[in-house]
Design a protein around this ligand. Structure first.
Ligand code: AMP
Ligand code: MG
Length: 344
């Protein structure tokens, strides 16, 4: 299949809508990462998304809407509770996915057989225009091959999916750079399943205390049932082994330099660069979590291109605010391999 490269103009947005309405697959820009979209109400179209990505069929997809009214108009949920409405009103459009009891219109392929559905209203204008042009909600996981770092530019989408999807629309670099925050309100108490651009602190300011799912920070045991199926899979991983190092600036520098060789790289902060004797990939400055989020996946992809690199020593952000999301993705990229330098 020849993958069409569409641009951010009215004609191409209409074209993307047409392909989607006919059951095709289109890579679309959003403020979190690029999504691989299909008509969310068409089980056959959704099945193609799993095939193109190599995504396990038990990992449900997020349904993207262009207006809050789409929830009722398309029968997407069976209950739009007070808490869900309060979160939607405060954080939509934006990088927050809300899990609610699913409505009649949701095919099993989207919810992977669960009785809940994940919904998001993106902030990216082009994403909303495409949903409107398709005249249907769109199921859209990240537009990458499952397991590789999520795509934050059209180049990343094509490097994974060229020839496997009908089209991709270039809407520039994704602003946030990490996937959306996922919260469920289908439980007694709201529970954070995946940290992202909307922080735990922001969520709690609207709905009071929010539980943090075990899978956010820990590797799940073999037989544990994941509240969010995506959390059990290896994710965001480059080819090289990533090892997270926890410790002071000088402890990090000394450890990396004493392990320096041709195959080693550092995924570090700007302020580390001058003191290191290995190849460096910076995530930005130490306190600037939003730049770290924005650059993380593209740095992992750059590392992937350097064949000689087999070991990456990464700095570990504080798990608070947006740093929690960066930490969550990095710890998965590292397969939970964390070394505490104070104890080495
Ligand atoms: P992605 O689309 O690749 O960003 O992944 C979507 C994330 O949301 C995955 O971690 C899914 O497991 C999670 N998710 C989607 N729908 C549900 C649901 N109904 N219940 C729990 N988690 C969900
Ligand atoms: Mg994904």
């Amino acid at each position: 299949m020849n993958t069409l490269l569409l641009k951010d103009n009215e004609k191409d947005i209409e074209k993307a809508g047409e392909i989607l309405a006919k059951g095709g697959l289109v890579g679309i820009p959003t403020e979190t990462v690029y999504g691989l979209a299909a008509n969310a109400l068409d089980g056959k179209a959704v099945e193609k998304v799993f095939k193109a990505k190599g995504r396990p069929m038990d990992n449900p997809l997020i349904v993207h809407i262009q207006d809050i009214g789409d929830i009722e108009k398309f029968n997407l949920v069976s209950e739009f509770s007070g808490k869900a409405k309060a979160l939607a009103e405060k954080f939509w459009p934006g990088p927050l996915t809300i899990i609610m009891p699913k409505g009649k219109a949701i095919p099993d392929e989207v919810s992977a057989g669960l009785d809940t559905v994940a919904i998001r209203l993106p902030e990216h204008q082009v994403a909303r225009k495409i949903i409107k042009a398709a005249n249907t909600p769109l199921a859209a996981p990240s537009a990458n091959i499952s397991g590789s770092p999520s795509p934050t530019s059209v180049k990343h989408v094509l490097s994974d999916l060229d020839g496997r999807i009908d089209a991709v629309l270039d809407g520039g670099h994704s602003r946030v750079g990490l996937e959306s925050t996922v919260i469920t309100v289908a439980t007694e108490k709201p529970r954070l399943l995946r940290p992202g651009g909307v922080t735990l602190e922001q969520l709690e300011s609207v709905v009071g205390e929010v539980d943090v799912d075990e899978a956010v920070f820990n590797k799940l045991g073999e037989n544990v049932r994941a509240s969010s199926p995506g959390m059990k899979y290896k994710h965001y991983a480059p080819r090289a082994s990533v090892i997270l190092l926890v410790g002071s600036d000088s402890a990090y520098r000394d450890y990396v330099n004493s392990h320096a060789d041709y195959h080693v790289a550092a995924l570090c902060y700007d302020s580390d660069i001058s003191g290191l004797t290995v190849t460096t990939f910076s995530m930005g400055s130490k306190e600037d979590y939003s730049t770290q989020a924005h650059k993380l996946f593209s740095s992992l992809r750059k590392i992937d291109k350097e064949e000689r690199i087999t070991v990456v020593y990464a700095r570990c952000p504080e798990p608070r605010g947006l740093g929690m999301a960066v930490y969550n993705r990095l710890i998965r990229a590292a397969g939970f391999e964390v070394r505490n330098l104070e104890e080495v």
